[in-house]
Design a binder for this molecule. Sequence first.
Ligand SMILES: *[C@@H]1O[C@H](CO)[C@@H](O)[C@H](O)[C@H]1NC(C)=O
Ligand SMILES: *[C@@H]1O[C@H](CO)[C@@H](O)[C@H](O)[C@H]1NC(C)=O
Length: 400
Amino acid sequence: MERQRSIFTIFLGFVLLGLYRSAMARFVVEKNSLTVTSPDSIKGNHDSAIGNFGIPSYGGSMAGTVVYPKENRKGCKSFDDFGISFKSKSGALPTFLLVDRGGKGDLVILGGIFLLVFSNLVVSFAPFEVNWLFWRLIGGLRGALPLILIKVAIFRPFQGMLMIFEVWNAQNAGASAVLVADDIEEALITMDSPEEGRSSAEYIENITIPSALIEKGFGENLKKAISGGDMVNVNLDWREAVPHPDDRVEFELWTNTNDECGTKCDMLKEFVKDFKGAAQLLEKGGYTQFTPHYITWYCPQVFTLSKQCKSQCINHGRYCAPDPDQDFSSGYEGRDVVLENLRQLCVFRVANETKKPWVWWDYVTDFQVRCPMKEKRYNKECADNVIKSLGNVLPLHFML
Ligand SMILES: *[C@@H]1O[C@H](CO)[C@@H](O)[C@H](O)[C@H]1NC(C)=O
Ligand SMILES: *[C@@H]1O[C@H](CO)[C@@H](O)[C@H](O)[C@H]1NC(C)=O
């Protein structure tokens, strides 16, 4: 008894460890996340457990028409094998494929109970002369079965693996979303599904359509409406399934003030110019919080006294930038770029501390226009003029 208990404890430990280590797919129950918009007879809001994979990582919703396949209703096999496709025709609403949850758990439990009873019967009625090996076998079976049953029972709510393959098959057949109707009456719970083996992780990565588990009864209603010839339209809303603890997006911008490195620098300048308006509005509205970063290199210590390092770096080789024109003896030097990067970081720091981080965009775009390297105006004097022109927005006078 004692021994059995300890085996059981160890086993549970493994189960929990397994859950902890490999939980990847998660189904989060969302209230009223699924709305039937037609037919009238089943109109209304329903809960569903939305998978955390396949949905875009920003909030959204999708409207579509529910289809229940005539064959392969569990979606366990590829729909190709049945010549079925769910690609919606252009102009039509996206297809929501309704499939049955492929739970085999109950069958396994029933089979297991049967075997357990059977093996007990055999052991109680078998004469002792019965082959020793056979006896051992039955004994072993009796010992192992409860564990197998417990495993199946525990994993009953965690059959994400199967659901992932159902979703995968549906996606390959052209469905835009998947509704998985539960196969037993139970309340939806938020669940992690441990993925055993590495194979399903690959599938999860490649799933690009949302999926939701719905209650058995609701599934039946949908099926009834569909078989009655109704067009069933639903709207799935996963806005709540996406974490947004503070309603704000943090983003980081990696940039460089070098304006003569060819196409890359031109693209970067264009981007900053184009994005400025939106970025400032978002920042002022409190919807975003951004941080600019400047790319920097350092000079290996043995070279700190070299001409290259002296021209490309500041602070004894600690902060360097490549020479804009690759010519160490003429034109702008790497250290000019590092100094301007530093100035822009400083502008951001002051702007951010003054609670006006968006002023950074004004400075950066003004500097680009007024102080280009081409016109030999990429220097402190020009930068100072830009700062002056920002007026009294920021207490930046110390920089002049
Ligand atoms: C998932 O996508 C990657 C990259 O497109 C591909 O290499 C891989 O084979 C795909 N996995 C499956 C299971 O289709
Ligand atoms: C900008 O300011 C905010 C709040 O004032 C602060 O949380 C954030 O860390 C600052 N960002 C940087 C890069 O200093």
